[in-house]
Ligand binder design. Structure first.
Ligand code: DMJ
Length: 456
């Protein structure tokens, strides 16, 4: 089924928005997000590995030809370093490792080089935004105290380690190792990492902590850096398990109805709200269970299972059976969005991602059932003639479509669905880690420097 869904999403993108970043499936035209500046083709690059894995050979070939002929980074564009890294660098790296086609390696390294000026700050903590022509960077105007964002500068590690591996140039890995050095020197309030860090002063901005937006994939990349290093990166490992310990103590709570959730922390006060983005953490806890210190393996799996259950409830308690952007555990509700501007669903993957990890790690059939419920809901409410669209209010009985087919729907949501219903030996966890945009990167095995081995 996910293959049919991919075909529908891809064919319509191709028909109405080919070469542009994303598709507007209702108005049947291209959609340009300013996150990528003038870089074009986000959907193509994000979808390459999904096409490959689903064995959509014709489509993969036309996507590759587009990359060869049209993917151009010599543009005057201000881009989000994080978004371009996870979608474009990550997408190109995976396409290279899966297919072995040199063009993807070349383009990934070329783009990586374009991103390097972002690190020209007093601390080496990169800017959020970079003009890839002039090399001038800056931060989001809304970020506390001119800060860079934890989830942005903390989500470069996996790709940059691979860029050094593939180019033979150590500079990429050095840049991301330095980020850790800066973080390790700093005092952390209650052992937690605030979402804001000023790249000039090296000081935290507001003490807001989140495992959802602004924080999320920083934690994910600590764990995955350790796994991707064939468990040799002890620093990443320690930072991950220490962070999880602090998260458990200060952010994880149980509702009176028995649902475990991860709250947000604002200078010591808890906001009892969990974002859809935070739901990825169920899969992360389960993936990290194996290495958990002090015999805590079972506990981390259980934590993953509880987060999966809570996130499933957030879907089940809507009329469309698709989860809201954020849900609350206060004012007499549990796992329900109470604010109008938190009731939307934009084809996000995190809940399905967690089902996929839980399925692989436990084989409890309920995760496939829950994934199937999501497929039915997507088909019923998000599928339109011209592709797939997000929904403005999942509690309503009538769809109001937002008219965007997000590129991560093809790279993540559909890929995780496909993996959820595949055998475990498709991209096995011993050999692959997924970047935060679901692009698989090979584990760099310590006993062989040779690439072929890593492609098993
Ligand atoms: C994706 O770009 C990535 O998963 C990122 O980590 C968070 N936001 C979207 C999906 O929701």
């Amino acid at each position: 089924v996910s293959l049919q869904m991919m075909k529908h999403a891809w064919d319509n993108y191709k028909r109405y928005a080919w070469g542009l970043n994303e598709l507007k499936p209702i108005s049947k035209q291209g959609h340009s997000s300013n996150l990528f500046g003038n870089i074009q083709g986000a959907t193509i690059v994000d979808a390459l590995d999904t096409l490959y894995i689903m064995e959509m050979k014709e489509e993969f070939k036309e996507a590759k030809e587009w990359v060869e002929k049209n993917l151009d980074f010599n543009v005057n564009a201000e881009i989000s370093v994080f978004e371009v890294n996870i979608r474009f660098v990550g997408g190109l790296l995976s396409a290279y490792y899966l297919s072995g086609e040199e063009v993807f390696r070349k383009k990934a390294v070329e783009l990586g080089e374009k991103l390097l000026p972002a690190f020209n700050t007093p601390t080496g903590i990169p800017w959020a935004l970079l003009n890839i022509k002039s090399g001038i960077g800056r931060n989001w105007p809304w970020a506390s105290g001119g800060s860079s964002i934890l989830a942005e500068f903390g989500t470069l590690h996996l790709e940059f380690v691979h860029l050094s591996h593939l180019s033979g140039n150590p500079v990429f890995a050095e840049k991301v190792m330095n980020i850790r050095k800066v973080l390790n020197r700093l005092d952390k309030p209650e052992g937690l990492y605030p979402n804001y860090l000023n790249p000039s002063s090296g000081q935290w901005g507001q003490h807001h902590v989140s495992i959802g937006g602004l924080g999320d994939s920083f934690y994910e990349y600590l764990l995955k850096a350790w796994l991707m290093s064939d468990k040799t990166d002890e620093e990443g490992k320690k930072m991950y398990y220490d962070a999880v310990q602090a998260i458990e103590t200060h952010l994880i709570r149980k509702s009176s109805g028995g649902l475990t959730y991860i709250a947000e922390w604002k200078g010591g006060l808890l906001e009892h709200k969990m974002g859809h983005l935070t739901c990825f953490a169920g899969g992360m806890f389960a993936l990290g269970a194996d290495g958990a210190p002090n015999d805590k393996t079972g506990h981390h799996i259980e934590l993953g299972a509880e987060i999966a259950r809570t996130c499933h409830e957030s879907y089940d308690r809507t009329s469309m059976k698709l989860g809201p952007e954020a849900f609350r555990f206060d004012g007499g509700v549990e796992a329900i969005a109470t604010r109008q501007n938190e009731k939307y669903y934009i084809l996000r993957p995190e809940v399905i991602e967690t089902y996929m990890y839980m399925w692989r790690l436990t084989h409890d059939p309920k995760y496939r059932q829950w994934g199937w419920e999501a497929v039915e809901a997507l088909e019923k409410h998000c599928r339109v003639d011209g592709g797939y669209s997000g929904i403005r209010d999942v509690y309503n009985n009538h769809e109001s479509h937002d008219d965007v087919q997000q590129s991560f729907f093809l790279s993540e949501t559909l890929k995780y669905l496909y993996l959820l219903f595949s055998e475990d030996d498709l991209l096995p966890f011993e050999h692959w880690v997924f970047n935060t945009e679901a692009h698989p990167l090979p584990v760099l095995h310590k006993d062989d420097g040779n690439k072929e081995e890593n492609q098993k």
